[in-house]
Design a protein. Structure first.
Length: 149
């Protein structure tokens, strides 16, 4: 049976909400924003898992760790102007329900693909070059602790 899972992601914790194929809310969990804990919670949910969470600073990382454990992983674009009271559990159930109904308006592509390693190497090279340039441009401060005769 299909399970639709919405995740409201924050720096310290994630709220995970589960909705079945008929729209019944079957549970919610709060776990630390830790890859192993999130994957363990996800794997404990039986059935075919469809996962949805909003685009944010951790969405690329989260996509990569959840993709092997779900039939579908959707990164939703953040919708401006959502009305009504907000809390983590309500947001997570809203994402799960939107995914179940096919109501995700903006899907953000996050697949690392075959060029992921190359992209990471290029990013690392760019950071090293920037650090070397910054170090070379730093003025030399004389050592004032030694006095010359």
């Amino acid at each position: 049976m299909d399970k639709y899972i919405g995740i409201d992601v924050h720096a310290a914790s994630c709220t995970i909400a589960v909705v079945d194929a008929r729209g019944k809310q079957t549970g919610s969990h709060v776990v630390a924003t830790n890859g192993q804990e999130i994957v363990e919670c996800l794997r404990a949910i039986p059935g075919q898992r469809h996962v949805c969470f909003e685009e944010g600073t951790q969405s690329g990382w989260l996509y990569e760790i959840l993709e092997p454990h779900a039939v579908e992983v959707v990164v939703a674009g953040v919708e401006a102007g959502r009305r009504g009271p907000k809390d983590d559990k309500r947001d997570a159930f809203g994402l799960a329900e939107d995914l179940r109904q096919g109501a995700i308006k903006t899907r953000v592509f996050k697949n690392g693909g075959p060029y992921k390693a190359l992209r990471e190497l290029a990013r690392t090279h760019r950071m090293v070059v920037r650090d070397v340039v910054r170090t070379k441009n730093c003025p030399i401060i004389p050592n004032l602790s030694t006095t010359s005769p």
